[in-house]
Design a protein around this ligand. Structure first.
Ligand SMILES: *Cc1c(COP(=O)(O)O)cnc(C)c1O
Length: 406
């Protein structure tokens, strides 16, 4: 931080930075992709491994409530997304939760054949829809609109509208209320993917009335790599939907070992198989941090950080073009800038201790998670970005070599 970039006194992180185990010398602007490690998680996880697994062995399922984790932790997520208790369950990956929501939605509208999404959706959501269409083989089709006019494409041929609230590339926000209202007016089922929303901004799923919401917990919620995903179902539908992935732990009586499937009571029917207990334990511990977070304050802090970032970058790195909405109300908690050499620039930034990521073809993406980032961090990150762009230190073959994960 330099004297020319004054930082306001209210610009500290929402939680103490020490509550996370962040490496020294790193400015982490990628908590939107993989949240950092809360400091208390390793010890809690160690207890789950050594005491629960190690000492209780198979008794742990009952003694330590392992079997209840998907539902119990689901209630903790419910609070963060404004959903009612008993409407959220954890398990599997987000791709699987998309499949579950979409297959249930299509069955709710058997006379309709269209799934409407947009070209800004994350590919796995679209791929899962394609796979489901092929598997059902009943003449369904996936229609993709531009994000701006997807609302105008909703009509009474649409069975399900399936959208990601915050665009993973640009951070553009969909108007959840308006789109959900339009879907319902046309008789379509609404599915929201909250991958980049949960833990990023306040949500009111209970008030929204969308039939389904899905999301992941390793991004803003800090559950760790591979943390389980969640699905939320509108309360009045829970006992009516038929799970397509009819695994034994979604059965009404798993330990009756009946030969035929009967869906379980309540949201538990969206469970499939054995829960990943260690991942659940890490997530459960990480969620303790969230007990101290007010989502409205979080959103206000996130906007302060992203606004500061945009104004600093535009003033100091003129060759970068803003790819995110300029209006903070139209943006999630991430900001992207465009540059033809964005990949090499991002590698140079990472080499200098500022971690963001890259999304093809030319987006440098930065996430702003106010739990541990301050405005001073944002300014310090732009100091590095400015130096890299001025000196062209990114212009080296080693920074152009593409890694498997970008
Ligand atoms: C991150 C993300 C996913 C990831 O899906 P996984 O199956 O958990 O790997 C899916 N959809 C969206 C919109 C995402 O942002």
């Amino acid at each position: 931080m330099t004297a020319s970039h004054p930082v306001r006194p209210d610009a500290s992180p929402l939680l103490r930075k020490e509550r996370f185990l962040l490496p020294d010398g790193i400015l982490y602007l990628d908590g939107n992709s993989l949240g950092p490690l809360p400091r208390h998680v390793p010890e809690r996880l160690d207890g789950t491994v050594r005491e629960e697994w190690g000492q209780s062995l198979i008794r742990g399922w009952n003694e330590h409530g392992w079997m209840d984790m998907p539902r119990r932790i689901g209630d903790r997520i419910a609070r963060l997304i404004g959903a009612d208790p008993g409407t959220v369950v954890l398990g599997d990956t987000l791709s699987i939760k998309v499949h579950q929501a979409l297959s249930a939605a299509l069955e709710m509208r058997p006379e309709r054949r269209l799934i409407l999404s947009d070209s800004g959706n994350f590919p796995t959501d679209l791929y899962m829809a394609e796979g489901l269409i092929a598997e059902l083989d009943r003449g369904h089709a996936l229609r993709l609109g531009a994000p701006e006019d997807v609302i105008d494409r909703i009509d009474d041929s649409v069975a399900a509208v399936m959208l990601t609230h915050v665009d993973y590339r640009t951070g553009r926000l969909h108007d959840m209320e308006a789109i959900t209202r339009a879907a319902h007016a046309a008789g379509a089922v609404m599915i929201w993917d909250l991958a980049h929303s949960a833990g990023a901004l306040p949500l009111d799923l209970a008030g929204l009335g969308a039939e389904f919401a899905v999301g992941c917990t390793y991004k803003y919620l800090n559950g760790g790599p591979g943390a389980p995903a969640f699905i939320q179902v509108r309360p009045d539908l829970i006992d009516a939907i038929r799970p397509a992935l009819s695994g034994w732990l979604g059965h009404a009586a798993p330990f009756a070992f009946e030969p035929s499937y009967r869906p379980g009571e309540g949201i538990e029917r969206m469970r499939v198989g054995t829960p990943p207990v260690l991942q659940m334990a890490a997530l459960d511990a990480a969620l303790d941090l969230w007990d101290d977070v007010d989502m409205d304050r979080l959103r206000a802090a996130s906007i302060r950080l992203s606004e500061r970032f945009i104004s600093e970058v535009e003033a100091r790195c003129p060759e970068l073009d803003l790819a995110s909405p300029r209006d903070p109300e139209a943006r999630g908690s991430q900001v992207s800038f465009r540059h033809p050499e964005g990949y090499a620039m991002m590698q140079a930034l990472i080499a200098d201790g500022v971690i963001g990521d890259f999304r093809a073809p030319d987006l440098m993406r930065f996430g702003f998670t106010p739990l541990y980032l301050s405005e001073a961090d944002v300014v310090a990150a732009v100091d590095v970005l400015e130096r890299i762009t001025r000196t062209r230190s990114w212009d080296r073959s080693e920074f152009r070599a593409r890694a498997r994960v970008t």
